[in-house]
Design a protein around this ligand. Structure first.
Ligand SMILES: Cc1cc2nc3c(=O)[nH]c(=O)nc-3n(C[C@H](O)[C@H](O)[C@H](O)COP(=O)(O)O)c2cc1C
Length: 206
């Protein structure tokens, strides 16, 4: 079982990474494989709504979105971590996830997900609200913790001073591990994926 964690910050070793690393280490103690995927510092295109998403994914190949969705296909669950910028998730993680989900939404379906937001002070719940929307529309169980999934700090060093935030990260990891093991046990028992209707799609203008 593997969890893919996405660091939506330009900082490879900043606050978001410190929070995700706490989750990853606890998951590993639970016997779950982990990989932290760095969104990096390069330019990330926004979705152009070109409608040309293919079997291989998004038409744009000059950033890591398709590499991420290829890894997502093999993963059993996800943690999306973001710094808060003006009370919303980083622009780069939003552009990245818009294209990942629009082009390859099926690779996420039925797999559990959790969002983590980090900030100096405010805007975490608004940011979590945005990231949780990807799970809600993708039939993904959403995993919580003993507090909302947030850590406070200006940088990676300060993040470790937020001992309740770090506790929240560890409890998130325990909850995620528990759910993964329950899903795996369900598979062993022959419990099928949920039935899912498709086809009814209405635009409100009609
Ligand atoms: C453009 C920008 C906007 C920010 N807006 C907020 C904000 O609204 N609230 C807040 O508490 N911190 C804000 N911050 C601070 C970051 O969220 C904080 O430093 C965070 O720890 C950075 O995480 P990172 O090290 O993973 O990049 C902002 C930082 C930047 C660069």
């Amino acid at each position: 079982m593997k969890i893919l964690l996405l660091n939506g910050s330009i900082h490879r070793n900043g606050t978001t990474h410190a929070a995700l690393e706490e989750v990853a280490q606890t998951l590993q103690q639970e016997g779950i494989e982990t990989e932290i995927f760095q969104i990096g510092a390069g330019a990330i295109r926004d979705c152009m709504d070109c409608g040309k998403c293919s079997e291989q994914g998004c038409i744009f190949t000059d950033d890591a979105v398709n590499e991420f969705t290829a890894k997502a296909k093999e993963a059993d669950g996800f943690i999306f971590g973001t710094p808060v910028y003006y009370a919303h998730p980083s622009g780069r993680i939003q552009s990245f996830l818009d294209r990942a989900f629009f082009s390859q939404g099926a690779v996420f379906r039925y797999k559990p997900g959790a969002a983590v937001a980090v900030a100096r002070r405010g805007g975490t719940t608004a940011s979590l609200d945005v990231l949780n929307k990807y799970f809600g529309i993708s039939q993904m169980p959403t995993v919580g913790s003993s507090y909302w999934n947030m850590v406070h700090g200006m940088d990676g060093e300060e993040a470790h001073l937020d001992i309740e935030g770090m506790q929240t990260m560890r409890n998130l990891a325990h909850n995620m591990a528990w759910l993964l093991k329950c899903i795996e046990a369900g598979k062993q028992q022959g419990i099928p994926l949920p039935a899912s209707e498709r086809g009814n799609r209405m635009n409100f203008i009609h």
